[in-house]
Design a protein. Sequence first.
Length: 288
Amino acid sequence: MNDYTPPKVWTWNKENGGAFASINRPIAGPTHDKELPVGKHPLQLYSLATPNGVKVTIMLEELLALGHKGAEYDAWLIRINDGDQFGSGFVEVNPNSKIPALMDRSGPKPIRVFESGSILVHLAEKFGEFLPTEQPARAETLSWLFWQMGSAPYLGGGFGHFYAYAPEKIEYAIDRFAMETKRQMDVLDRRLAVSEYLGGDDYTIADIAVWPWYGGLAKGRMYNDAGEFLSVQDYKHVQRWANAIDARPAVQRGRMVNRAFGEPAMQLHERHDASDFDTNTQDKLAAE
């Protein structure tokens, strides 16, 4: 039994947050001066291959696969465990100090875009892809996109944190967020039982946003053994959808960009050219 009693006024007097204690703090703003690098392409991405970061690299790789040369991008690695997101340059792009962050330098004035959903909408509208222009498909796509924005914190900050990262296992917290995560998987399963993709017949930014989180969970890639714990194999329609997206070449490339963990062959720390996938993954660099 936890006998903690909250004080009348909370104060920050110790690190808290388990695996992420060193980067958690109750204030915003930069902790150090550091300019961001700028590459040769019109789009400059500053990110890490977390589920939120992967959304954007998948989107960019999908746009390039369709022949949109203007979607060429430089992807710079932001190591959040090292506090790179608190550098002054990054905070200028995203005052919330979260990845991903994008600078669109294709026009006369640079445009900063932060929050993954906002970046997906920006790119979809810029290139006219993956976001329907006709109703009701447009509304359905945006509804599922924003469903992800509201739901994933319960999966990541709720279930994932207390199941995998918290310094102690708290039954109440794990039960509460496991129940909510399974409810969300059921929401998706029911939708995908009647629709090939979340927005309808076509693959859209809704799928690109939801798949890294819930597809990753369905594929057993999240929080160690969480897939078994949550019986993700029972969500047959989510499994069908997750496997279909997982097989897309652009998705496979997008998962590699800004990846700094896992198999070296799957890690492309920075991406500046399509040839980097063949020459600059960590296994290739180590061999050199």
